[in-house]
Design a protein around this ligand. Structure first.
Ligand SMILES: [Zn+2]
Length: 129
């Protein structure tokens, strides 16, 4: 059996550790070749146990979007569900534009905001939308 670096700490901690070092990684199942997110120990599609980490393109399409209005004077912020081109769906925020400027079908690309424990995966609208 192959030894992978996340075995000692679990896939979720490995994911966030890498994110804190500026690397966005997701998994791919060796048995069925499908991409996987959220980080897991077994493939949710076929039950395969060998999942390899790789760096996705980070490019995707907004599947759903909403604005959150915090209490007080804080600016509303965007929460979106994004389909990565690799075939996984994740929840994140589209930043750099007003929260209501985001719409379904927009092309977005991932980047990492902050570092270490504060690192967050967010998306920006791609040019040409
Ligand atoms: Zn699989």
């Amino acid at each position: 059996m192959q030894t992978t670096p996340e075995e000692n700490i679990g896939p979720e901690r490995f994911y966030f550790g890498e994110l804190g070092r500026g690397r966005f990684l997701i998994q791919r199942c060796e048995a069925c070749s499908r991409a996987i997110f959220y980080p897991r120990t077994f493939c949710p599609h076929c039950g395969g146990e060998t999942l390899n980490w790789f760096e996705p393109s980070g490019k995707g399409t907004v599947y759903a979007t909403t604005s959150i209005f915090p209490a007080g004077d804080a600016e509303p912020y965007n929460v979106s569900i994004v389909d990565l081109d690799e075939g996984v769906r994740l929840m994140s925020r589209v930043v750099g534009v007003p929260s209501d400027a985001v719409s379904i079908g927009m092309r977005v690309s991932a980047h990492i905001e902050g570092s270490e424990e504060a690192a967050k995966l967010v998306f920006a609208i791609e040019q040409g939308n």
